[in-house]
Design a protein around this ligand. Structure first.
Ligand code: FAD
Length: 651
């Protein structure tokens, strides 16, 4: 496979570019499907940064927690790593219905990345290569051809640092050419990344790291339309310089809920594995807001230095002060980043993401109660990066114009670890399927948040980084954290994600146990009446909670404490929402034909003169795969869809 004295060529089934949250899940899912040895290459700029949390040291939250549970049900990595390294677990939104409860965990961020690296290193299927990908090109070149247009080539400039588990890192060469039928590109915030703190600009995708420069030009050459977005991060404070004990405490749950079905058993006998910590709360003040207003001209977002758009739902402090001018104070959560002695001083100041100049950041921090003497260990900054507008992919993550090239994560205009990981899993799964000559697979909006996410990406033009919310899911009563396995384990099984060597057998066994236990509990519920009323009916009353159900089950001889984790929650929630769920399911069934009916890939939408111009243009730009997707495009009305059905039927 050696090409010449300066270049080396290697072939894989799947190449994943980027070792962030998207890349990790992509490589893992591809490895699950493919098996074998060194079938997957994971090329990343610095293997010691695989699985790094770029910003907040937390996983999950509203809607995001549900996504992590889904990733776990599809045999992914994120739930395992979170359970192993969580230092504070908290179920959010518990004052509302179970459908919108959001599990969240703050993690030891260094332990998290190490855990992910350990998991990847344990997979013989995955070869980690340290290098910077400078280009992806289509089709085999010269005598390297293997089949008609079946290969993509990835050009890698090796970096000095050795790649874990890779012999390539010590080879003397100028570049590598890797080829595969499927490539997953996950560049995160690194594609032409540029960091800003006040007037100071540094090239890089994350503090202390470089940027990926060549790849943007390569994508433009392949015909992709790129955009530019920005995101930001707050300053990190030195714990011993904060009057920690005087600040209000923020505790985790007394009885933490794990993300992974494997926790408490095969994966982690003891859960939680790490000691649990408290966080603290402080706040901004009217004086701080005044200071920010006086310095807005020095904030890159407002001075014109940054022109790209940031996440509206994760605003910088300067954004908050401008947009919510009437507020005199915002909460700031002080979250320890790690328990390790060498990092134990690092505190993440959640809520004051900023790219103001260093001296202004210092005055902001010292204006917060309890932080009067606080030292900043790292200043906050904003990062601008290139992304690919996602109307150019289909819901499997595959690019429409370049078969075999999949895009996942922040590159598609999303923000957040969980959104990235979800896309990575779908793209890695489909990349592996492509390598095996199998059809692409997708999840429906009614099946998973991952389905909602992919569908939104291919039917909408994000004008700001896309973040998941429960409100984006029209069927959120079905997409709960507690029932992720019921929804997705059958998919994982059918799609080959339950690798026989890696947790697959245990997951299968646990799922069978869960289903049997649920059936047993449901049978008791159906056979029980209380004071002449069926228990199933009583369970719809809000005052009849899980504990009341547990008491009734105990009376009927069910060993409630021996039930698999989560079974009682699911049994209770499903009965409580029974009517709504039934109604949702019948609406889904009514829509199913339209939802799945395919549109021809080569339809001439611009030539469909009976359609309104706006509808023609939207259909031409997005080229939806199904009528369901077409109906969700901006600018398309129900009347347009009816007419489209006639026009397509006629054609
Ligand atoms: C400063 C900052 C602040 C953020 N703030 C928030 C926030 O407040 N809330 C939030 O939800 N999210 C935030 N994020 C975003 C969050 O980090 C990402 O959404 C998430 O990490 C995206 O995952 P990813 O896998 O797509 O990319 P990343 O985690 O960025 O990983 C990309 C990986 O690809 C590698 N790579 C890139 N290009 C190449 C190449 N050409 N060759 C080889 N390797 C390459 C990189 O080295 C890196 O390992 C922030 C990110 C940054 C940097």
């Amino acid at each position: 496979v050696c090409a010449n004295n300066v270049g080396v060529r290697r072939e894989y089934a799947v190449i994943v570019i980027g070792g962030g949250h998207a890349g990790v899940e992509a490589a893992w899912a591809a490895a699950n499907v493919l098996g074998g040895e060194r079938t997957v290459a994971l090329v990343t700029m610095d293997p010691t940064k695989i699985g790094v949390m770029s910003c907040n040291p937390a996983i999950g939250g509203l809607a995001k927690g549900q996504m992590v549970r889904e990733i776990d049900a599809l045999n992914g990595v994120m739930g395992l790593a979170t359970d192993a390294t969580g230092i504070q677990f908290k179920m959010l939104n518990t004052s509302k219905g179970a459908a919108v409860h959001g599990p969240r965990a703050q993690c030891d961020k260094h332990a998290y990345a190490e855990c992910v690296q350990g998991l990847i290193a344990g997979r013989p299927e995955i070869e980690v290569i340290a290098g910077s990908v400078e280009g992806v090109s289509q089709g085999p070149k010269g005598q390297m051809a293997k089949g008609p247009n079946s290969e993509l080539e990835v050009r890698v400039a090796p970096l000095a640092r050795g790649g874990q588990g890779s012999d390539l890192a010590i080879w003397p060469f100028d570049h590598l050419v890797l080829s595969a039928p499927a490539v997953v590109l996950t560049t995160g915030t690194f594609m032409r990344g540029l960091m800003h703190t006040g007037e100071a600009k540094t090239v890089g995708g994350r503090f202390g790291e470089g940027a990926a420069q060549g790849i943007a030009a390569a994508l433009r050459e392949l015909g992709f339309e790129l955009g530019r977005l920005k995101t930001g991060t707050p300053p990190r404070l030195k714990r011993s310089s904060i009057r920690w004990d005087e600040l209000e405490e923020q505790r985790g749950d007394e009885r933490p809920t794990p993300f992974s079905a494997l926790s408490g058993g095969l994966w982690s006998q003891v859960f939680p594995r790490m000691p649990q910590v408290d966080c603290r709360v402080t706040r901004t003040t009217a004086e701080i807001h005044e200071l920010i207003r006086a310095n807005l001209h020095r904030a890159p977002m407002y001075s014109g230095q940054i022109e790209s758009v940031g996440p509206r739902y994760c605003p910088s402090l300067e954004d908050k002060v401008v947009r919510f001018a009437e507020r005199e104070s915002h909460h700031v959560y002080l979250e320890p980043e790690s328990l390790r002695a060498e990092h134990a001083e690092w505190v993440y100041a959640n809520g004051i993401s900023t790219s103001l100049p260093a001296e202004v950041q210092e005055r902001i921090v010292r204006g917060m109660p309890g932080c009067e003497g606080a030292e900043i260990l790292r200043y906050g900054y904003a990062v601008e990066y290139d992304m690919v507008r996602p109307h150019q992919i289909v819901a499997t993550g595959e690019a429409k114009a370049v078969p075999g090239l999949f895009l996942a994560g922040q590159i598609n205009g999303t923000s957040g670890y969980e959104e990235a990981a979800s896309q990575g899993l779908i793209a890695g799964l489909n990349a592996a399927r492509r390598a095996l000559g199998l059809e692409g697979v997708t999840l429906g909006r009614e099946e998973a948040y991952a389905g909602v996410l992919m569908d939104d990406l291919v039917t909408k033009t994000p004008v700001e980084p896309y973040r998941m919310f429960t409100s984006r899911a029209e069927h959120r009563l079905l997409l709960r954290a507690d029932n992720a396995e019921d929804r997705l384990m059958p998919r994982a099984e059918a799609w080959g994600l339950l690798n026989d060597g890696v947790y697959g057998p245990s997951r299968r066994g646990l799922f069978a146990r869960r289903r049997a236990a649920l059936e047993g509990v449901n049978a008791v519920i159906d056979a029980t009446t209380l004071h002449g009323k069926p228990l199933a009916e009583i369970l719809r009353r809000p005052e009849f909670g899980e504990e009341e159900l547990a008491a009734v089950l105990r009376e009927r001889g069910v060993e409630v404490d021996g039930l698999p984790a989560g079974v009682l929650r699911t049994a209770h929630t499903e009965r409580f929402y029974e009517h709504y769920v039934r109604r949702a399911r019948s609406a889904i069934a009514r829509q199913a034909d339209l939802e799945r009916r395919r549109l021809p890939a080569d339809a001439d939408y611009l030539g469909m003169v009976h359609l309104r111009t706006e509808a023609r243009q939207a259909l031409h730009r997005f080229r939806p795969a199904t009528f369901g997707q077409a109906s969700r495009l901006e600018g398309i009305t129900p009347a347009d869809v009816t007419l489209l059905a006639v026009l397509v039927g006629r054609g």
